[in-house]
Design a protein around this ligand. Sequence first.
Ligand code: ADP
Ligand code: 5GP
Length: 188
Amino acid sequence: MAARVFVITGPSGVGKGTLIRALLERVPELELSVSATTRPPRPGERDGVDYHFLSDAEFDRRVGAGEFVEHADYARHRYGTLRSELERRVGAGAPVVLEIEVQGARQVREAMPESVQVFIAPPAPEALRERLLKRGTDDPATVEARLEVARGELRARDEFPHVVVNDRLDRAVDELEALVRRELVPAA
Ligand code: ADP
Ligand code: 5GP
């Protein structure tokens, strides 16, 4: 049986990164695919660890060379999953986690229908603004651009077979962990 690919998606600020960090501690065999982006690094982000930070020209070149499994434009920047990131890990038999936005999740669903697709939802739409402001990594215009995209993303929730509501963090991590462990075990 091929190693599992877990796609974790949902609107910006919902807590995908926070949930995944906790999940990786609890299920250490999971490996996180490092995405490519044209967005500038935030303070403390490291190239090759948090993202592969690419210029627009380099991103284009790689799209042309067919190096992406999926890629999407998101709030004025580009993001994508490199085939090399995914294949190296899946080839080694490791279950892989992709943290990507909704357009990318749809592309992975087409390319890999066997992937496990999880939508992370906020307890209420207003929580997104609060959380993005609390995170403090984006200027007000960027927060508004992300909330605008989020309105469409929230409507995609019903496309996903698994939905985890990130209300209380520890409860949501428990639910995500249980889901992942269920899907890691091959069907009897
Ligand atoms: P995403 O990766 O989806 O953009 P983050 O993981 O960066 O979101 O979380 C956005 C902000 O919300 C962070 O400041 C994080 O600490 C906070 N956060 C995450 N989960 C919760 C939660 N369940 N309740 C309250 N705040 C949360
Ligand atoms: P951020 O700029 O906050 O790191 O990410 C913005 C959005 O891009 C988030 O929703 C994040 O999940 C998504 N994202 C990160 N990497 C990828 C990727 O490789 N592909 C796609 N499609 N989206 C990604």
